[in-house]
Design a protein. Structure first.
Length: 419
């Protein structure tokens, strides 16, 4: 699926990070599989950079500046990505919802503008078939997802507005509860015990439109409400397994089984604390507890629920704690442990990749999308077949997208009185 010109880069760069300890036959097999697979990453926060007028996608940035840019996408053999219209949770007022809508529209435009600016390398996609056609031309396909239903406010009609702008999934919430549902990390706890009545209408309307419902960030009760409510498969666009890192954002084994029964897919998040339980020193734990008490929050994610004026200060303080009391990063092996577990519980047809790059993700040996071949190499080393790796890298997600698109006709008459 890649341009021939990219293969040399993959050979020379992406597969050399562990060459001193690698098996040449395994390297060659992994390289061939990665070059053939149509690779899809369902969650990148790259628009956070795109809204900066001075950001240049053509520069191979240091990963601390940007983990996604055109050179890295080419080097990593990334065929398609969902760029997230991310929105932190703000005031749940008419003014707050209007401001969120306007910010969302600006982020949509930043994505579309970036694609227009680089027509030789990028093209917008809204369906798997479009993405595959784009891939055959050597371009990278850009999908759009919304992270947090906050910019919907209480206006159901905005879902179609965002769908028409290209959004093909929406994460129902982020770090705090909103009008749609309970979050897994709201410091005040659950508000609805799952979906709100309005949230039920949102799921129905997303089904009707053909927009995937994303349950990453939602509470467990919201998750179960969604899989019961949705008439089509749902996704977790960037989550991992609680069995290996017991954080609220991850899915339990029971949730993995329910997701598989629903026909959905968990796109594995590569954020180190979600991949592997962190080993924090007593000093780090004490510093974090003082920080949380100062800001009256319960976890790092709650920073994004603070007033916008406070977020940058809180993030800077938390980054200082990270630098003073570092925690070893998880590795590609740890990430594939997550994949192994999800495959064991949910099945090979229900696992994909949703990195969360440009949103805090970093592994010791997977710092940006340019190093994605390292993940394929480890899958090959553990005995995954070419067919199974192609499922993980995009086949499973595309199956869900097609099911959601096909299900539109069946969802048209869902609760018409409430839509």
């Amino acid at each position: 699926m890649k341009q021939i010109a990219a293969l040399g880069l993959l050979s020379m760069l992406a597969f050399t990070t562990t060459a001193q300890t690698s098996d040449p036959a395994l390297e060659a097999k992994a390289r061939k599989i990665h070059e053939r697979a149509f690779t899809v990453d369902t969650h990148e926060d790259t628009p956070e950079n795109l809204v900066n007028p001075s950001f240049d996608l053509t520069i191979d940035h240091d990963p601390k500046v940007a983990q996604v840019d055109l050179p890295k996408m080419q080097r990593g053999g990334l065929d398609a990505a969902f760029w997230a219209v991310y929105m932190g949770q703000g005031p749940r007022t008419a003014a707050g919802h209007e401001a969120a809508k306007q910010k969302a529209l600006a982020i949509f435009e930043s994505i579309r503008s970036a694609v227009r600016k680089h027509p030789e390398q990028l093209a917008l996609a809204t369906t798997p078939d479009e993405a595959l056609r784009i891939g055959k031309t050597g371009k990278h396909a850009i999908f759009i997802g919304i992270e947090n239903g906050y910019p919907v406010g209480k206006d159901l009609s905005l879902l179609k507005t965002y769908y028409d702008l290209g959004a093909r999934y929406m994460t129902l919430c982020h770090s705090s509860n909103n009008e749609i549902c309970d979050s897994s990390t709201d410091p005040n706890g659950p508000e609805y015990q799952g979906l709100s009545p309005f949230g039920e209408q949102v799921v129905d309307e997303m089904n009707r439109l053909g927009m995937m419902v994303d349950i990453s960030h939602t509470s467990d009760s919201t998750f179960y409400d969604v899989v019961r409510r949705s008439k089509v498969p749902v996704i977790a666009s960037h989550s991992a397994c609680k069995a290996l890192s017991n954080v609220p954002r991850n899915l339990s084994d029971d949730m993995l089984r329910a997701l598989a029964k629903n026909g959905g897919v968990i796109q594995m998040n590569l954020f180190s604390p979600y991949v592997k339980t962190e080993s924090k020193s007593p000093e780090r734990q004490a510093a974090e507890q003082s920080f949380f008490a100062k800001w009256n929050i319960k976890s790092f994610l709650n920073i994004y629920g603070l007033p916008e004026a406070s977020q940058q200060q809180a993030l800077a303080e938390f980054n200082t704690i990270r630098e003073q009391f570092p925690v070893p990063l998880a590795t590609v092996q740890d990430a594939v442990n997550q994949i192994d577990h999800a495959v064991k519980i949910a099945g090979i047809d229900h696992v994909g990749i949703g990195s969360d790059f440009d949103g805090g993700t970093e592994l010791a040996d997977l710092r940006d999308v340019g190093e994605f071949p390292n993940l394929t190499r480890e899958l090959v080393r553990r005995g995954y077949s070419r067919k199974d790796i192609e499922k993980i890298w995009g086949g499973n997600l595309f199956r869900v997208m097609r099911a959601v698109e096909h299900g539109k006709s069946k969802a048209v008459n869902l609760k018409p009185s409430t839509l």
